[in-house]
Design a protein around this ligand. Sequence first.
Ligand code: APR
Length: 312
Amino acid sequence: MSKVTVVGAGKYGSTTAMRLAEADIVDEVVMTDIVEGLPQGLALDINQSRPLLGYRTVITGSNDYAATAGSDVVVITAGLPRKPGMSRMDLLEVNAKIVKDVTVQIAEHSPDAVIINVTNPLDHMTTLAAEVSGFDTRRVMGQAGMLDSARFAHFIAEVTGADIMDVEALTLGSHGETMVPVPSQTKVGGKLLADLVDADAVESLVDRTRKGGAEVVALLKTGSAYYAPSAAAAKMVEAVIGDTGEVMPVCAWMSGEYGISDVYLGVPASLGKEGVKEIVELPLTDTEATALSEAAASVKEKVDELHELDLG
Ligand code: APR
């Protein structure tokens, strides 16, 4: 029996659970939250769409981690989202306490799971989940690159008028100010982006992608994005559950790839039932490679700050 748990039944968590159920790739999706009745009510509502949409996956809502026991994959979405004007880093302390508590429970109830963290600040909360769980780092990863690449692709399609299906876009690095959109690996209909639009247009697409999350937060005013984020997280879960080996940009533990070690960073990796199978090293331009190293240094600096916090 295959089972996925989504911790946090807020906007991101409930949408991810719904997308996974509709994909009909596991027997059960468990949603859990600290708010009593919330995961149960949402589960009931989503389950009632099964005869309409035609899928068999059952969603269980619970406030008790016993219901999550033996999950193959656990997605962590518990935590506060940003408000307008906030950076993801402003959430460091409050979300660290939540992610620590949640991870202790996951490790106890699902010791063989693959953990996919989406709580922000992404790279740091993924590091924390790996440290607290004590899991092999290949079994702990974060979702950011799939989302940032999708945002980049959307903006490119909008500016060039291309069919979204013809756009291949890639972002690496951190999920924040040191995000590294990678124009040298970004193509429209097989042609390099730089051959289709001028350098200023590339730069403005890159800039809008870096600020893609904040643009949504500023419009919503209450909470952050969840439709594209949940689609990204669900894709990663599908690759793990299906053991597909699909290569995706994810936040993974670096052990010398791209000359970078001992840090969680956004890189392309093939995913399977053991989590990250392999990090793929693409040929980057010098500017892109430097930006990736700078992103690694910036994440490490903030992880040092995280380690100084008293998380109880
Ligand atoms: N255990 C379980 N659930 C928790 C806990 C906890 N310790 N603490 C908070 N939660 C739950 C809240 O009760 C809420 O239902 O997490 C949920 C968060 O939902 P939203 O406020 O709707 O936030 P969401 O948009 O889902 O974002 C969640 O994803 O993109 C990131 O920055 C975002 O870190 C945030 C996370």
